[in-house]
Design a protein around this ligand. Structure first.
Ligand SMILES: [Zn+2]
Length: 521
């Protein structure tokens, strides 16, 4: 059993003195922390940065012009604030440009459908494709599947399971009769099992099926990847080479599914444009405020810049990106001569396997050696509520000391888990933790992240909660300032890891994974 000690840090200072809610409660007279608070609260740049990044530049899919634009925009902003910044190439990725995408039902009635191409999808031929759709069938065996495959030629294939209800389960729970939710869940399970059987029967994995359908001349594949929340789909990428793959909203996917399944005459037209642009350079974007006393030691801010592209990547990881930019801006103003070097990494291609941050760790042993601590953020707009010691035995001592000096408005909800476990691969602190660096994640309160914004078509500017982001900027800037001033380097002694239930042996500290520096060919 691991002796996880969970400490709720309650700062006892000013709140008990009856300061009005929302007022700042400084535990000490530290002028830097006071000026950080003032700059973050009174002169925030967050709404402007958010508008420029999410509305004008847009999502930042690896290999797209928008990712390049975002990198250039970050460098330009840092330089305008007097901060050194540059892009650093670590590899290449398959280049792609998203064009327009219109999906219309023409028969039995006209309706413009709500959907879009997956990332890296081929487009349709000019003028689009007009065709009917077929449901992926329930067949007896793989032989029957082989006989069926040629029949898809010229048709769109509905490859996702239909949904029993477009209402979230919470809605059934609130308004349904007693037992209605259980009945719904039973029906959902039946449909899921039936669909799983359809796929297993073919003898192929679902990933392979799209390319088999492509080879058989299907007009396209239609998917629905509903998250379980109103109107929300998770939209990823495809590797098909000439056949478009599209995601349709639950409502429109199910409409098409019912028409096709019932044998109703129907016609669908898809006009989708996209362009493969050949291998494109892949970059990390790095900013730096050089240390005045210990320039070879680093406090690192970390957040991936890339995103999926069905919306704007606002909370994954736009908010982490903006938090780190705003923190750097504030620090340059309030703490322009840091003791240690403050480095910010806006990593590329996190979504395809932490490629940018892995490459940086492998390419910069001289920096990794000198890291004091790294703070990564990658889970949305909420106030920071969780920090783990990351498996470093004595990190808690440092965190406790720093937290005791930060205004309670931004620390009172933070739970610190000690000693915690090393970051396991969910985000860019993982390669650093694997290299033995205290790479800590700043965990946000979720605001329905997994149902509504993570990798979804609804991850847009309007989901941001600016008051929370401002508080996060105070907390992060204070942590970086205190880590930079800290006399000691954070101790790197690692905890003994608990026994893996599967193997019966103690788990091993993670290793730095190899980045993919080329992407799919
Ligand atoms: Zn992310």
């Amino acid at each position: 059993m691991r002796p996880a000690v969970v400490v709720r840090l309650l700062l006892l200072y000013a709140l008990v003195r009856g300061v009005p809610a929302g007022a700042q409660t400084f535990p000490t007279d530290d002028p830097v922390i006071k000026s950080i608070w003032k700059e973050a609260m009174d002169s925030t740049e967050l709404p402007v940065l958010a508008h420029e990044l999410f509305d004008v530049i847009g999502p930042r899919l690896t290999g797209t012009p928008q990712m390049e634009n975002a990198q250039a925009w970050i460098v330009k902003n840092y330089r305008s604030w007097g901060i050194d910044a540059r892009t650093e190439k670590y590899g290449t990725w398959r280049g792609w440009k998203r064009g327009i995408c219109h999906i219309d039902l023409l028969e039995p009635r006209v309706r413009t459908l709500d959907g879009t191409m997956l990332a890296w999808s081929p487009g349709t031929r000019k003028g689009g494709i007009t065709a009917r759709a077929v449901v992926f069938p329930d067949l007896a065996d793989s032989l029957a599947f082989r006989r069926w495959i040629p029949t898809v030629k010229g048709k769109f294939v509905l490859l996702s399971q239909p949904q029993v209800s477009g209402r979230p389960e919470k809605n059934w729970e609130e308004f349904g009769r007693k037992g209605a939710l259980d009945t719904l869940k039973g029906r959902k399970e039946q449909v899921r099992l039936n669909w799983e059987k359809r796929i297993v029967t073919t003898g192929f994995k679902v990933d392979t099926l799209a390319s088999l359908l492509e080879d058989a001349g299907a007009a396209g594949v239609l998917l629905n990847t509903w998250t379980g929340g109103w109107g929300t789909d998770r939209v990823f990428g495809t590797r098909t080479k000439k056949m478009p793959v599209l995601d349709l909203s639950l409502e429109d996917y199910n409409l098409l599914f019912r028409l096709a399944d019932a044998g109703d005459e129907h016609v669908l037209r898809v006009v989708a444009e996209s362009e493969f642009t050949g291998p494109q350079p892949a970059f990390n974007t790095i900013g730096m405020i050089r240390g005045s006393e210990k320039p070879e030691e680093y406090v690192i801010l970390s957040a991936h810049l890339d995103s999926w592209d069905a919306a704007s990547g606002a909370t994954d990881n736009g908010t982490g990106t903006l938090l780190m930019m705003e923190t750097m801006r504030i620090l340059k103003k309030c703490y322009p001569r840091p003791r240690r070097t403050i480095l910010v990494g806006h990593w590329g291609s996190e979504e395809q396997g932490l490629n940018g941050s892995r490459a940086f760790v492998l390419d910069h042993p001289e920096i990794v050696r000198g890291v004091q601590v790294l703070f990564n953020q990658d889970n949305g707009t909420g106030r920071i509520e969780r920090i783990s010691g990351g498996g470093f035995l004595n990190a808690g001592e440092f965190l406790g000391r720093w937290f005791s000096r930060i205004p309670s408005e931004v620390t009172q909800d933070v739970r610190i888990t000690l000693p915690g476990m090393p970051a396991g691969g969910g985000s860019d602190n993982a390669p650093f933790a694997a290299a033995g660096v205290p790479g800590l994640g700043l965990g946000s309160n979720p605001w329905d992240y997994f149902t509504y914004t993570w990798h979804t078509n609804r991850d847009t500017y309007d989901k941001l909660v600016f008051d929370e982001l401002k508080g996060n900027a105070v907390l992060t800037a204070c942590l970086v300032y205190l880590a930079s001033e800290e006399p000691l380097l954070v101790d790197r002694e690692k905890r003994a890891l608990p026994v893996d239930q599967k193997t019966g042996k103690p788990r091993e500290w993670p290793k730095v994974g190899e980045p993919d520096r080329k992407g799919p060919q």
